[in-house]
Design a protein around this ligand. Structure first.
Ligand SMILES: Nc1ncnc2c1ncn2[C@@H]1O[C@H](COP(=O)(O)OP(=O)(O)OP(=O)(O)O)[C@@H](O)[C@H]1O
Ligand SMILES: [Mg+2]
Length: 341
């Protein structure tokens, strides 16, 4: 289950731990304004009602749910620790990571994902990713799900889910940068053979563009959204009256793409021996006309627009939906793939 800014999406997957997972059913329910904030449930009972509706319209046959956390409520940082068992490393985290966190250790749930063993200055080390989630945010989402009669069996990081869903799309050797542009967050993951090496969650996304158009041109949110989709970053059909919209889009998308580029540069500078080879782009925000080309020029890396669910088996009635409608379930699908059997 993927609790997003404007809707909740759920996917039921068969064979999630096997070689050929299949989507059995998926469904989405719209969320009333302000019932969640950046992926965190604010109004538990409103969201609970939406969840019950989602289960009855979707016809899901299980109540076991894997929840994703993302947005500004979680974050990931590189961390190297002295070599030890994973249990010992997890126990030591609260004592060693405070300076890496923007919140008190007591307010965060901490985890560590080992990536590689290495010899450091003071002996053998394990390098990996520190993942921290705000306790209150996780608890709020778990409570909403449990309150709707469902069983939250696991909580996972949304960028990890995205990596799982995109892993089969690798086309060549080397490191991929997976970039997913959502409504209010953008995930950047450097993945090596499907294993995340580096994760950043940027707290801007494509809704920033809609909001800027609506505010500056004094248009309704719906009008602004429609204009954003029609004009994009310009194309053959540009009309003179689209100029003001185009200028706002260039400015706001420009900031977003600059953030993506500097995140990739940061990684590349820190890992000169393992340069990123290409960008695999996904998320609704990536559908904007001209955006993939603009990112390619700015980042200086080939950009491929990912179609994460194109090869995933699913019933015909879902296959008939547009590619973008199907791909909206990428995060939820990736969360299901990470379920523990
Ligand atoms: N054709 C399009 N052109 C431009 N923008 C688009 C297009 N289609 C979708 N978007 C934008 O993509 C965003 C939604 O993407 P997505 O479904 O990946 O986000 P989300 O998962 O709901 O967001 P978040 O993960 O940040 O909560 C919205 O801002 C929407 O306006
Ligand atoms: Mg999303």
């Amino acid at each position: 289950m993927d609790i997003g800014s404007a809707s909740i999406r759920a996917v039921e997957v068969n064979g999630f731990d096997g070689p050929r997972p299949q989507i059995v059913r998926y469904a989405e329910v719209a969320l009333p304004m302000n019932s969640t904030r950046r992926g965190e449930v604010v109004e538990t009972s409103t969201v609970g009602t939406a969840l019950r509706r989602l289960w009855s319209t979707g016809g899901f046959k299980t109540k076991d749910v894997v929840l994703g956390m993302g947005g500004s409520r979680v974050f990931a940082r590189d961390l190297s620790v002295p070599r030890a068992s994973i249990v010992q490393i997890r126990e030591s985290l609260p004592f060693i990571v405070q300076e890496l966190l923007p919140v008190p250790v007591a307010d965060a749930l901490l985890d560590f994902y080992p990536i590689a063993e290495e010899d450091g200055d003071s002996g053998p080390q394990v390098s990996g990713l520190l993942v921290a989630a705000l306790k209150d945010a996780v608890n709020a989402n778990v409570a909403a799900v449990a309150g709707a009669g469902l069983r939250p069996v696991q909580v996972d990081l949304i960028p990890f889910a995205m990596t799982r869903a995109l892993a089969p799309l690798r086309t060549a050797r080397g490191r991929d940068v997976l970039v997913s542009i959502g409504a209010n967050s953008t995930n950047v993951v450097v993945s090596d053979n499907g294993v995340p090496q580096f994760v950043r969650i940027l707290t801007n996304g494509s809704d920033d563009v809609t909001r800027a158009i609506a505010t500056r041109l004094q248009w309704s949110p719906d009008q602004a959204e429609a204009a954003k989709r029609a004009v994009g970053m310009g194309g053959a059909m540009m009309r003179a009256e689209d100029r003001p919209v185009l200028e706002i889009i260039y400015e706001v998308v420009g900031e977003l793409l600059a953030g993506i580029r500097s995140t990739i540069s940061y990684y590349a500078t820190a890992h000169p021996a393992e340069p990123p080879q290409r960008i695999l782009l996904s998320g609704g925000g990536a559908q904007m006309i001209g955006l993939p080309n603009a990112l390619q020029e700015l980042a200086g890396l080939p950009v491929q627009l990912a179609e994460p669910l194109a090869a995933v088996p699913m019933p015909k009635r879902y296959k008939q939906a547009s590619r973008a409608d199907q791909d909206a379930y990428t995060t939820a699908f990736g969360l299901a793939l990470g379920s523990h059997a």
